[in-house]
Design a protein around this ligand. Sequence first.
Ligand code: INI
Length: 156
Amino acid sequence: MGHIKTVEGQLDAKGLKVAILASRFNDFIVDKLVGGAVDALVRHGASREDLTIVRIPGAFEMPVVAQKLAKSGKYDGLVCVGAVIRGATPHFDVVVNECAKGLAQVSMQHGMPLGFGVLTTDNLEQAIERSGSKAGNKGVDAAMAMLETARVLAQL
Ligand code: INI
């Protein structure tokens, strides 16, 4: 039996320059996601001086700003956090689809590790559950996914 080579990312954020892109819409939820992302990165070795928080109006505006951040060459990874809540959003599907598709494009075009921490929920209660209560904090999860992906990409 041959040896199987495995590539996996170490969860070490030391020296990593990260932009956290956060929408203001539903900011009392999004602020919790930003806090979770910062806390996760710092606890895994990132220094606060290497983190930049960029605030934008809504999830729809995320891709174009992510694209500029990726193009700048100043960041090793992006963590995108926002909250799109269906109950309050007749154009929910449009906002969610454009946001997710645009961010995926940026990630692919620039080979940029990008954590997708945009909540897409049916109602406010589900958003609260995912931003630091019974379903955890998706800002933490997005930061960790970005970190692991960055460390994998660096080895390939
Ligand atoms: N943007 C969000 O980030 N979350 C939402 O829930 C939301 N709702 O409900 O409409 C939302 N809309 C704004 C959108 O992202 C744009 O900022 C707006 O359409 C202006 O371009």
